[in-house]
Each structure stands twice: as C-alpha cells, then as structure tokens.
Design a binder for this molecule. Structure first.
Ligand SMILES: Cc1ncc(COP(=O)(O)O)c(C=O)c1O
Length: 423
C-alpha cells in the first residue's frame, strides 16, 4: 500500500470505499471492548492473588507491636524498608499510606492549599494566580487534581529524554509556578524513561517559589514487561546533593504489582518534610491499614523478589503490547498517518495520529463499540493542540478481544485520515 498522502484522488476514493466497508462490517458486530484505562487483566490479578492468604495472626505481632491495632502512623517498618529498597531512598524518608498513591498526591496538594508546606510563607489558598508545570502528554488524573484546585496548568513539551528542561528552567523563574508533575520512568502515556541528564537538571532546578513541589510519580518504577529491570536513580539523593532536599515528593504504589485499589502506596520525601506532614496527617488519621502493609511486605519481601513477581505480569503484558504494536505496524505504518514509540515498560502505547485526526478517530472507534481514553485527555483541560495523541491501554482485554479492538482502532484512524484528505 502507498502512503495515503501519495495516493491519487482516484486511489484514495477506492481505498475509502474499502475501509468504509470494513468499518461498517466491524460496527455491525456490536462489540463492547475497553482499551481506555491502564487496568491489569484478570489473568494478571490471578497470578498475584496468592497475596490474599499469606498473612497469619502471628505475623501481625511484630517486634514493633501488634500491627492489628492503631498506631505506627508512618507505616509498618517492614513496608517502609521494602519501599526504601525499591526506590533507593533512606528508610527515614518513607511514609507508607493507604491503597492509592493518587490519594497521597491529592492530599499533599490539599495540605499545601489549606496550610502550606514546610517552606511556604502562607497557605496556597491565600495566594493568587498559582501555576503548575505539566509535561505533555501526561496523566489525566494528575491534571484533574491541579484543575480542581484552580491552579493554572502550563503545558511543557516532552522530548524523547523527558520534559523540555530549557522551557522548565525558564518557567520556574516565575514565583507563581508552584510545582511540576512528572512520571519519570515509563511515563504515562509515552513510556519514556527520563535521561540521566534531564533527571540531573530537574534535581538542580532553582525555582523562584520557595515551596515549589516536584511531584515525582514513580508509578512504574519496577514495571518492565520487555527485558531486564532498568536501574533508576534515587531522586531524593540527587535533590539533596543539589541543595534541594525538601523540593521533591516521590510517590509509588503496588497498584500494578499486586491488586489495584487494594495495594499499598508510598510517599518518600526528606525527613524535615516528613516531620511537617506527619503532624498534619496525624490529625487526619490514626493509622493506615497496617495489616495490608504487612501482607505486602511479607509477599513482596524486597526489591529483588518484587522484580521476580513483576515477571509474572510481564509474561502476560508483553504479548498484549505486541498485539497492539503489530496492528499499528501492519495497518498504520504503510498508510503513513501516525507514529508511536515501542515502550518496554509501563501500561500504555502512545499513538500520535497525523494532526487533526485523534478526536474523529476516537469517536469512530466508540461508535464501533471500542472505548479508548478520550482524545485530548492526556493534555491539561483536555486540549491537545494538534488533536493527535491517543493513549492505548492494552492490559485489560484478552488477546482475542485486543485484536478486534485494534482492528477497529486502525480502521477508524484510516477512515478519519481519508475523510480529511478527501475533504
Ligand atoms: C502515573 C500514574 N500515577 C498514579 C496512578 C494511580 O496509582 P494509585 O492506584 O496508586 O493511586 C496511575 C494509574 O494509572 C498512573 O498511571
């Protein structure tokens, strides 16, 4: 097949008729498929469900007391050690919370809003015109949090090495810029690993705001599905070495290690920040679910063992991603109407259609019974300036469904492209 752009009008009309016929055929199947969110598939959950039975009564009686009872606000030491091992930070810098890292992130911003953070001059709610840096495309739920607080979001372009640091270094000269979202390893959705150079420049930032917050959401820190674990630097040490010990808050969870929504989440930050925050958290809660923390510590043991468990997920995920990538390669590459990268970890394939096609493609896909993340969702306020990015989440549907879903997506994109070219 020729790239669509190089076809004669006659050839394009011909191609349109064929693609439209295939689309109508797919639509008549009344499919109900979902590639919208990065949820593990049932087969993944089955592979880690032995976690449900690992803990006994005696396990709860530890050297630090009876973990079935109230207390130990910062989390059970076994779980804190596990996170320090996975993230490469110090034990004292860890705080293990409940079942969601997003909740810890939201809570940090809510606390900044109501009370200020350790370096704040006043609560953020008493300041006007706050701004936030959002590398794009990014995670829609991050953007939803900053939007909810009315913080103006400033998109920053992602490069293959991470956020465009020239732009970031310029923007943080504005004292109204209070923070930045990052997903430094297997970024959502592009699957990019920030380069050593970008990470160093991030750690060395000199923001004008004294209480600037680097939200280091390491959601996919051990989430390789193709190839070996890729070592990743400890951002807390780097920030400390750069004279920014209190700037960074790192988040991670076991949502895609064990059971999403029933795992444990961690916030790692300097000891001074921990002291400040735990005073506030101690008013909000007596203790998180320590039984679940202990269950996870017993099940995952340490980083090495957690990486072993991640291989179970990889065995399921790799063929799923291959199904998506093969379909794009076969259907979209020859037509020359989109580009994408091949991630080795994380939960997404980030597809960039030719400009102006994403919304139409997602709408056509939906009409044929396949749900994708909304076009634009990966940008603040849902505004993708090129109307190009589509986030594909291959983890949930079984392969047979994924093949159908990709057939629908590729056909929809071709149809959208031909409509545009023939217009
Ligand atoms: C980058 C990123 N952060 C956080 C989360 C949510 O994590 P949790 O379940 O720990 O709240 C996700 C889930 O998709 C994610 O992609």
């Amino acid at each position: 097949m020729k790239p669509y752009r190089d076809m004669t009008p006659e050839e394009r009309r011909h191609e349109y008729a064929a693609v439209k016929a295939h689309y109508d055929e797919l639509r008549s199947l009344n499919l109900k498929l979902d590639m919208s969110r990065g949820k593990p598939g049932r087969d993944q959950l089955d592979k880690v469900s032995d976690i449900l039975t690992v803990l006994t009564r005696d396990d709860c009686l530890t050297a630090d007391g009876d973990m079935r009872n109230y207390g130990v606000l910062a989390g059970v030491p076994e779980a804190r050690r596990l996170w320090a091992d996975i993230l490469g930070c110090r034990y004292e810098e860890t705080f293990v919370g409940g079942n969601s890292s997003l909740q810890l992130m939201y809570d940090l911003i809510a606390k900044a809003w109501a009370f200020g953070l350790s370096h704040s001059e006043k609560p953020w709610c008493r300041e006007e015109g706050l701004k936030w840096l959002c590398p794009v495309p990014g995670y829609d739920r991050h953007f939803a949090v900053t939007q909810l607080f009315g913080i103006e979001m400033i998109p920053v372009k992602m490069t293959p090495e991470g956020p465009d640091m020239d732009a970031v270094e310029e923007l943080i000269k504005d004292p109204k810029v209070k923070g930045m979202w990052t997903v430094p390893k297997y970024s959502n959705p592009d699957g990019i690993i920030y380069s050593a150079n970008v990470i160093e420049r991030i750690a060395e930032m000199k923001p004008a705001a004294p209480d600037f917050v680097l939200m280091w959401d390491n959601a996919y820190v051990i989430h390789e599905f193709d190839g070996d674990y890729v070592p990743f630097p400890d951002i807390l040490s780097l920030c400390r070495a750069a004279g920014n010990p209190d700037m960074v808050y790192e988040f991670a969870s076991t949502s895609k290690v064990t059971l999403p929504g029933s795992g444990i989440a961690c916030m790692a930050t300097s000891e001074d920040n921990q002291k400040y925050l735990q005073k506030l958290i101690g008013i909000q809660i007596i203790s998180y679910n320590k039984v679940n923390q202990l269950r996870h510590a017993k099940y995952l043991q340490n980083k090495e063992h957690a990486l072993e468990i991640m291989k179970r997920h990889a065995a399921v995920l790799k063929p799923r991603f291959e199904t998506v990538l093969n379909a794009l390669e076969k259907e979209i590459r020859p037509a020359g109407i989109g580009r994408w990268a091949t991630p080795k970890g994380g939960y997404f394939v980030s597809l960039y259609t030719d400009p102006g096609l994403a919304k139409r493609t997602v709408a056509l896909t939906k009409e044929a019974g396949v749900v994708l993340t909304g076009a634009g969702a990966t940008y603040p306020y849902g505004k993708d300036p090129d109307d190009s990015n589509i986030r594909i989440a291959p983890s949930l549907p079984p392969i047979s469904e994924l093949e159908q879903a990709m057939d629908v997506l590729c056909t929809a994109l071709k149809l959208a492209a031909l409509e545009q070219l023939n217009a």
